[in-house]
Ligand binder design. Structure first.
Ligand code: ZN
Length: 383
């Protein structure tokens, strides 16, 4: 690993594969396990960077595909690069755009070269290749950049998934060749769909490339939660222990706890901000709809134990009023709370790993509960 990026493991759980560590980046350390908020278009929706910092956010995400279309990477670079342009001086990660272009099933054409698609903004044909994705990410300037991968849909045949997994590997080799900046860490992405042997082969092959970090992609695309847990359990331990491991697009309580037990360190998901915009608060493992009549005259904070700005200053009744009135402040307060809540969840898990209490304190999250997980809107995790 390049000297400016390193991963230090501080503690291992004695009963699971959970681990606590620190991932060092040029813009500061990331304590793991950690939830990372998503700032699709170089902002976490409705939240200022100062407010975001107060949630406990360390590393945040932005999306290559969206930023390429608007405002374009040249403008971000003209503004001093992604950190300066958006006013976030902490660690940042950009995805490769792979997930988004493969979601455009109507408008895209895949070849060995890359993916051609029509811009939903102006109809122009855009050719996104591994080289181009890395060039865009080099220009944007996040600390961590992601390989351009082919994310097969669910369901897909074994043949289709095998072809996509092999192509993802060949594209990763091209990404490595194209990558120009030593102050950015390129993470590889393990694909393989729900086929555990393909996942294992991909993980072993990627591990040999000695990248600064690894991600598991192509989960949370509609497969049953049990399958996701199996994929992570089979794949994560094959990735190098001295490198950070990132599970893409996952960010509900139970799925993070299960993945941490398999050795995952980093998570991202749009759920806390997207649910906030639907008037939903995440409170100690539950989801509350603030439009519910019972909150109209409830003057308690969302969560008395929560240190966030929303909980320290406002009542459920006030936030319920803002939600009913569709005031933008409602979405800001709920986003601040929901992001704080998920980050605190991963922080509490981290503390429990450091004192080897994870399996006892979080054991109830590690058991299957399909009803809870069906509620978690599995298809709508990413932008
Ligand atoms: Zn709160």
């Amino acid at each position: 690993m390049s000297a400016i990026f390193s991963f230090q493991s501080l503690a291992r759980c004695s009963q699971t594969k959970a681990r606590a560590g620190v991932f060092f980046t040029p813009h500061g350390p990331v304590e793991t396990p950690r939830f990372m908020p998503v700032g699709t278009l170089a902002n976490v929706k409705t939240v200022t960077p100062a407010q975001l910092q107060d949630t406990g956010a360390q590393m945040i995400l932005s999306n290559t595909y969206h930023l390429h279309l608007q405002p374009g990477e040249a403008i971000v670079a003209g503004g001093g690069g992604l950190h300066k342009f958006m006013g976030w001086n902490g660690p940042m990660l950009t995805d490769s755009g792979g997930f988004q272009v493969f979601s455009l099933s109507e408008m895209r054409k895949i070849s060995e070269e890359g993916v051609k698609f029509r811009s939903p903004h102006d109809g122009q044909i855009i050719n996104l290749t591994p080289e181009r994705s890395i060039e865009i990410q080099n220009t944007l300037g996040a600390d961590v950049i992601m390989a351009f991968d082919e994310c097969p849909p669910y369901p897909a045949t074994r043949q289709e998934v095998e072809a996509a997994t092999n192509r993802t590997y060949r594209w990763l080799e091209r990404c490595i060749m194209a990558h120009q900046r030593g102050d950015q860490a390129l993470f590889g992405i393990v694909q393989g769909g729900v086929y555990l042997d393909l996942r294992s082969q991909a993980a072993v092959a990627l591990a040999k490339l000695d990248l600064p970090g690894y991600a598991i992609g192509g989960v949370s695309v509609g497969e049953p939660p049990e399958l996701m847990a199996q994929i992570v359990k089979a794949t994560a331990p094959l990735l190098p222990p001295e490198k950070p491991r990132y599970l893409m697009g996952v960010g509900t309580y139970r799925e993070m706890a299960i993945a941490i037990a398999s050795g995952i360190d980093l998570f991202d998901c749009v759920i806390p901000t997207r649910w906030a915009r639907h008037g939903t608060a995440m409170v100690q493992g539950d989801r509350w709809n603030l439009k519910n009549a019972k909150f109209r005259e409830d003057f308690a904070p969302l969560d008395e134990t929560c240190p966030c700005y929303a909980c320290q200053n406002f009542s459920r009744a006030y936030i319920s009023h803002l939600v009913r009135s569709q005031e933008i402040l409602a979405y800001t307060l709920l986003s601040i709370h929901n992001i704080t809540e998920l980050i605190r969840f991963t922080q509490k898990i981290r503390e429990s790993i450091l004192s080897d209490r994870f399996a006892t304190e979080f054991g109830h999250w590690l058991e299957a509960d399909s009803e809870q997980r069906d509620n978690d809107n599995l298809l709508y995790r990413r932008d």
